[in-house]
Structure formats: C-alpha cells, structure tokens
Ligand binder design. Sequence first.
Ligand SMILES: Nc1nc2c(c(=O)[nH]1)N[C@H]1C(S)=C(S)[C@@H](COP(=O)(O)O)O[C@H]1N2
Ligand SMILES: [Mo]
Length: 226
Amino acid sequence: MTARLEVTRRGLIGGLVAGGTVATAIGVAAGLPGSRKDVLDTISRWNDEVQARLFDPARRAPTYAPSEITTPFRFNAFYPEAFAPRVDPASWRLAIDGAVSRPLTLSLADLRAMPQLAEITRLICIEGWSAVGKWSGVPLAHILDVADARRSAGYIRFECADGYSTSIDMASARQAQTIMALDFLDRPLPRAFGAPVRLRIPVKLGFKNAKHIVRVTVINVRPGGY
Ligand SMILES: Nc1nc2c(c(=O)[nH]1)N[C@H]1C(S)=C(S)[C@@H](COP(=O)(O)O)O[C@H]1N2
Ligand SMILES: [Mo]
C-alpha cells in the first residue's frame, strides 16, 4: 500500500491523468511479471527514472539493449492501420519554414546525406502501453542549424500527410536524442510506422512523435494540435 501511495503521489503526469491510473497504465505498459509488491517496486523505480528523464529535455531518456526491442511493434494512430497514408518517397519533400533565415525543401536523399543517429528507446503512449524500438535518422538540432532557426523561437510545429499535427518546445526539439527518423529496425520506416519520415523524441509521449511529416515550422508562440 505504501508503494502504491508513493506511485500515486508521484503520479507521472499528475495534471493530465490521475496517479492511480498512471500506475495501472505503466504496469500494463511495461508488462511486468512477478508479485504485486515486485510490480509496484519496479513501477516505482521506473516511475522515478521516467519522472527524472522523460519530461526534462536537459536529461537523456533511457536507452535499451537490442534484446529488449518489442516485437511485433505496436501501431497507433487516430485511424486503423490500413488507412495509414501512402506517401511516394520519390516526390516527397520536407519543408522547413517559419522563423528560419534559410527555409529548406529537403528530399529523402538530402536527409540521408546528413549525419545520422541510431538509438533504441521506449515509445510511451498515453493510452497505457509502451514499446521499445530502434529508430535512426537525422538529429532535429542539425536540421534546425542548417535552416538557421531563430534561437529565441519557442516551438516547432509538425504537419503530417494524414492531417495530424503536433508541436514541441524548442529545448526538447534540440535535445540530443530527438531525431527525424528515416529507419525503423535498420530499414526504411514501414508505412504504418510513419514513412517516409517521423519524429522520434524519447523525452516526449507517443502522441508528440509525429509520423509521415511533410512540414516543420519554427514558431514563437505555442500552436494548436495534439
Ligand atoms: N501522423 C500521425 N502521427 C502520429 C499519430 C497519428 O495518428 N498520425 N499518432 C501518435 C500516437 S498517439 C502514437 S502513440 C504514436 C504511435 O506510433 P507507432 O504507430 O509507431 O507505434 O504515433 C503518434 N504520431
Ligand atoms: Mo499515443
């Protein structure tokens, strides 16, 4: 009971979801085996770690061993998997605009020619599940530097081929692990998982990890979206 109260008191996303729900959600998400006390201890430890790192862009999100990768990986979107958009990789372009002194229009080849970072991290969906995967791609900070994004701008907005849009703060956008992912498990992103390019930002929850991105806009004020 003490452990549970601990978890509740330290509710992961206090303002968004009640602590008890979060504890349950994390228990389900992590698929933890063992006794209830073991489970709660593990959740508590995991919760501390997540609390310290997940929402603090100055810290690193945890990384995992290849053996910890979740297979099959889980799909999520605001529609069923069969409706994931079909994007032609040859004609696809990524626009970088807004508060930048060098607006960019990048092809997939342009992105592949940039520095790449590969990392095994956990995607955590607010709906109560998480999964470990390997994504590789271009650090978003690099793209922002090439575009000469205004340093004082507060947010980045992402627009997607399926009509989804979301935004993140600049500190999280420039965090070292935040990438515009081109590959999933060392292969080009499958259609359902965000082809041709998705945001992979392990310090943020799943819904910030925009898939099928077509436009990245640097802005001063927080925009709408998810
Ligand atoms: N374009 C787009 N991006 C999206 C979504 C979406 O519906 N459309 N869903 C978000 C949510 S809620 C989650 S949890 C993750 C799921 O990513 P996955 O399908 O790779 O697991 O994508 C996020 N990015
Ligand atoms: Mo999600």
